[in-house]
Design a protein around this ligand. Structure first.
Ligand code: UD1
Length: 417
């Protein structure tokens, strides 16, 4: 199994190209199920989660070509509506195929994703929403069995779930009549999905606000679309630049997708410059503690909480971090403490007392963003070597992270243990 070795304490300097967003690419791939012609996606990241979705769609009978960052999905040949446990359990986003399968075939059988390292993550909102659209839903042998001709309806979300908003938008695109979804998620990935579906012939308005209206259509056709930049990857590189007191510019980023996050970096002492699709962080001044509460967009993204914590471990003062989106999303804390961090946990809050320096240690990645946090802590550690095991977690969401960090001055390598 691969490990990542880091000798920290070197300020990162230079430019890094941000890849296409994983969390946009996965629902876009799932949405291609709705098209009776081929769809082409540009700027698709080469990530394990993308390969898992590729396998899932191929298992339904779709023909997929993926070369470079360019993917063509021809779902005209689809002959199965069953998503098996072995693929769904690998990646929760596999559940995004439920809405489009139901929209296209009027039936779907999709394994329940099960628990995961960052909380129980139920799918009740997805299912209640599909029931509101007229689907009958049963749970049989660990699978969601959904059936029925979908009809437009009104549905209000208890919580603005990203995945449920995407599943319902996709399903309602092929429902008869008008659907109005209230209190939906407003993440940039939702807007990207709406653009994609509309370019296939769907009629969706309001994406990016908390009310989405969908006028169902009889069929959807092929299209071509470019995946938006990965805001979480951009944020991760910017935090790495700050934590190492460096000067890092991310290219192909969109600052409008990171409003609260960039404000917090400034509060923590960053000099930030935004020019078009370039965001530069310069952290020559001392780092300051800041309080952070994760929230749905446009709030501070939960997917950047762990990485931000690593940086705050070496900032002056005490930061309070509150995780309000997921339960049990402080998996990185125990490992950061082993590197010399001073962090106290109380339920969904963490008190981070800045220390002068972290030191390298052997640590274990537990989930995708927690592993990115350990990489940042390793880069910031002023002495010793950090070896991170179970790096397959990081490969789910970051393309060759060690090569890209090395290109901006990190002493980092991947070794096969
Ligand atoms: C997506 C992102 C993930 C990100 C998260 C929140 C993808 C592939 N993943 O995950 O990286 O961390 O948004 O920004 O896009 N919930 C329910 N019932 C449901 C659905 C969700 O209670 O039916 C709860 C979850 O347990 C969680 C919260 O809602 O506490 C947010 O989850 P959700 O927005 O659905 O996250 P995902 O779509 O799974």
């Amino acid at each position: 199994m691969d490990k990542i070795l880091i000798r920290g304490g070197r300020p990162l300097r230079g430019t890094v190209q941000v890849r296409g967003a994983k969390n946009a690419a996965l629902p876009l791939m799932a949405a291609s199920i709705l098209a009776e012609e081929a769809c082409t996606l540009h700027n698709v990241p080469c990530l394990h989660d993308v390969f898992t979705m590729d396998k899932l769609l191929s298992a339904f009978g779709a023909k997929i070509e993926f070369t470079g960052r360019y993917m063509t999905i021809d779902a005209s040949t689809l002959d199965s509506h069953v998503a098996h446990y072995d693929l769904v359990r690998k990646m929760r986003a596999s559940f995004f195929v439920l809405g489009p399968l139901l929209g296209r075939f009027g039936k779907a059988r999709v394994s329940l994703p099960g628990g995961c390292a960052i909380g129980t993550r139920p799918v009740d909102i997805h299912l209640k929403g599909l029931e509101a659209l007229g689907a009958s839903i049963a749970i049989e042998d660990g699978y969601v069995v959904a059936e029925g001709a979908l009809k437009g309806a009104e549905f209000s979300f208890d919580f603005p779930s990203v995945g449920a908003t995407e599943n319902l938008m996709m399903a309602a695109s092929r429902a008869k009549g008008v659907t109005r979804l209230f209190n939906v998620a407003r993440e940039p990935e939702i807007v990207d999905l709406a653009h994609f579906l509309n370019s296939m012939g769907a009629q969706i308005s309001g994406a990016g606000t908390d009310l989405i209206t969908i006028v169902g259509v009889d069929s959807l056709g092929g299209t071509e679309h470019t995946v938006i930049p990965d805001r979480i990857e951009a944020g991760t590189f910017l935090i790495a630049g700050m934590a190492t007191r460096g000067d890092v510019t991310v290219l192909n980023a969109n600052a409008d997708h990171l409003p609260t996050f960039l404000g917090k970096l400034r509060d923590a002492g960053a000099e930030l410059e935004v020019h078009g699709t370039r965001i530069r962080v310069n952290a020559s001044a001392a780092l300051k503690a800041v309080d952070v509460t994760t929230l749905p967009f446009p709030g501070f993204p939960t997917d950047l909480q762990a990485q931000m914590m690593s940086m705050l471990c070496v900032a002056d003062g005490v930061s309070i971090m509150r995780e309000s989106v997921f339960e049990n999303r402080f998996m990185q804390v125990a490992e950061l403490i082993r590197m010399g961090a001073d962090i106290g946990l109380d339920g969904n809050s963490a008190v981070v007392r800045g220390v002068k320096a972290l030191s390298g240690a052997p640590v274990m990645a537990s989930d995708l963003r927690a592993s990115a946090a350990l990489v940042i802590a390793g880069l910031a550690a002023s002495k010793g070597e950090t070896s991170i095991s179970r790096v397959y977690h990081i490969d789910r969401g970051y393309e060759r992270i060690e090569e890209r960090l090395a290109s901006i001055g990190a002493d980092i390598e991947r070794v096969n243990d």
